[in-house]
Design a protein. Sequence first.
Length: 299
Amino acid sequence: MAALLRRVAASAGVHMYEMEMLGELEYVCHVWIGQALDSLLGGVPEGMDRELAWESCIHPDDRPAYEAAFPALHLGQPTEMEYRLVGFDGVTRWVWERCAPRTAADGRLLVDGIVTDITDRHRVEEQLAEAHVRLAHLAYHDHLTGLPNRAQFQEHLDVALERARREGSSVAVLFIDLDGFKQVNDDHGHAAGDAVLRAVGERLSAARRGGDVVARLGGDEFLMLVSLAGTDREALEALFDRVREQLHRPVDVEGVQMEVAGSVGAAIFPDDAATGDELIRAADLAMYDLKQRGRGRAA
């Protein structure tokens, strides 16, 4: 029977054991079935007993949860847990362990247990979690500049408008469109155009105040959300000045100075529009009107 159990354990990649509880946190392992302990501990130093080797490999952050299982065993309650073993080879492995206590005929407290390496499962779970984070970022951010996209901008705008209605304050939306950007792509290629867009995104972010939101709408169009105390036109004019200054600085792309300019239109809630979509549309129309009258202007 023992030989059969060893073959089953080896083929399933699990380890089975019987241990005897000696004290609150003390035990001795009488039976170990499965691969050698080295497979989980990365080699056991010569002369070190199995119990000490196992205990010395418990990850410090997981030790409280690991030791919390012992009182349950003394109360005759089965328990299971996941924790990390930092092997003597420097490799960290995740294991799942299930323990079932029983009382022997002579009164000794014995525990039958099973341990399996779940490192690969944890690795897959971590990769899936990272993928979800990346997908969530892609859903709400522009892939080129890393700025919020239209969807995230709209969420920020909705929150800002709700607060403005409640507090009687104002919200401004700036619609920024680069002038002559097509010429950059035509003369220097799309890689240079992408570099310019990234630089503009960084500069608009530098121009904003804390709490303002800069987003890339698409192409060479950007949005900026500005919350104002009351109708603080002076703060808005100061922001316009910073934006104009940032937009008119040349962008260095591999030693070539790219001239950048932009037209900036603005719309203010509640004066110009009552909803987020209307506010963006009004700012877009203001920007378009400026382009018709002369580029590189703001209003």
